[in-house]
Design a protein around this ligand. Structure first.
Ligand SMILES: NC(=O)c1ccc[n+]([C@@H]2O[C@H](COP(=O)([O-])OP(=O)(O)OC[C@H]3O[C@@H](n4cnc5c(N)ncnc54)[C@H](O)[C@@H]3O)[C@@H](O)[C@H]2O)c1
Length: 360
């Protein structure tokens, strides 16, 4: 059976997750990797048995035999790379956030449209079992309409100060706010009409990372529901999970709460600290990447042995995943993205600096 040939741009932490997943998929194979750090790309290639190694993504776009490419570079570097591969007629799985400026989103949309390639953003929370349980109950209608929701998705300081060398060129609103907003929109089945956001800056700056500490966003949805979103990069290092992820939603006749981190599903205690990893998101079984990431990526590749099938599957998934953002389109044409806060071409609401950042 023919395998879908994947390329990966970005041989970093998350690029490894992609490689593990595709290597586990029966009907996918990673054929090329690119990293601007050639040594890293070579190490990555030998670890995963990848034959084609590139240092320049433009060269990879021109020469690689891949059918589709996963773009796993820092947040602010997705746009030009996605466009280069779209121009080379490669399908795209782009890491979240799609981009960090509106101009980049429009440039990407134009290229994706014109070249008739498929595009999907990795917002894998839509495969999370607890969120699905809630989604199904809301959809049943038994609890009435959603009135208000709250989502908190924070990271410990480790992420901006140690894990990501490029944190100052992004922010927690891009890094985790993208997941949070997508989850809210999906569960509330709507898009925001108005957003007010404030942010705090200073703590990370004092630690040498010039980015905001935390964003608090209040969101009014078109259907009348309201939501609050908290995204911070300053949770203390002692937190038992790298994420601090909580969610609740109040409906006319019910309420649901999710504790998606530090839930003690697994608890590991050393002489120094307690750790509560989240095996639902990421884990390894017999050396293979599993968890909900696997579900998300596998849904893309499994049961598809040829690019034609892959395109159909991807279109269906894109329509499902992006819901209000993305219009499904006839076979052979491109997915069309809608900008989150710019449905009519005019930014909604008014606000201050944090608000500006959300609307960009
Ligand atoms: N979906 C999720 O839950 C999730 C989780 C973690 C990270 N991510 C996303 O994945 C992306 C990568 O994050 P990471 O943690 O792996 O970062 P990382 O810094 O570990 O890796 C990024 C890699 O990209 C390489 N790179 C940078 N510019 C390049 C270029 N022009 N061409 C080729 N390679 C280039 C770097 O050398 C580095 O190896 C980010 O957008 C991040 O937000 C998503």
């Amino acid at each position: 059976m023919e395998k879908i040939k994947m390329g990966i741009v970005g041989a970093g932490i998350w690029g490894e997750t992609h490689a593990h997943i595709y290597s586990t998929c029966e009907h996918a194979a990673v054929v090329s990797v690119c990293d601007r750090n050639l040594e890293k790309a070579n190490e990555f290639a030998s670890k995963f048995g990848i034959k084609e190694v590139y240092q320049d993504y433009r060269e990879m776009a021109a020469k690689s035999s891949c059918d589709a490419v996963a773009i796993v570079t820092p947040d602010y570097l997705h746009a030009d790379i996605a466009i280069a591969f779209a121009e080379a007629k490669k399908h795209l799985l782009i890491e979240k956030p799609l981009a960090t400026t509106r101009e980049d989103v429009y440039r990407m949309m134009e290229s994706i449209d014109r070249n008739g390639v498929r595009a999907m953003v990795d917002l894998h929370n839509r495969w999370s079992p607890p969120f699905h349980a809630v989604k199904n109950e809301i959809a049943s209608g038994n609890y009435g309409k959603a009135v208000n929701a709250y989502i908190r998705l924070n990271d410990t300081k480790y992420v901006p100060t140690k894990m990501l060398s490029w944190a100052a060129k992004s922010s927690i609103i891009w890094f985790l706010g993208s997941h949070s907003l997508d989850t809210l929109n999906w569960l509330l089945d709507d898009v925001p009409e108005e957003v007010y956001c404030i942010s705090h800056k200073g703590l990370l700056q004092s630690m040498g990372v010039d980015t905001d500490d935390v964003f608090l966003s209040t969101i009014q949805y078109k259907n009348g529901a309201i939501a609050q979103m908290e995204n911070g990069w300053i949770t203390p290092l002692g937190n038992s999970c790298i994420n601090d992820f909580k969610f609740n939603i109040v409906l006319e006749k019910g309420k649901f709460d999710i504790d998606a981190s530090s839930h003690n599903l697994v608890k590991m205690t050393s002489e120094e600290r307690i750790i509560t990893p989240d095996p639902m998101v990421s884990n390894h079984i017999l050396g293979n990447g599993k968890g909900l990431l696997m579900r998300a990526y596998a849904a893309l590749w499994i049961s598809s042995s040829a690019v034609r099938n892959f395109m159909c599957l991807l279109r269906t998934l894109c329509a499902y995943l992006w819901h209000w953002y993305v219009f499904s389109s006839p076979p052979g044409t491109a997915v069309r993205f809608k900008c989150i806060f710019d449905k009519s071409g005019v930014p909604q609401g008014s606000g201050e600096r944090g608000h500006e950042q959300l609307r960009r």
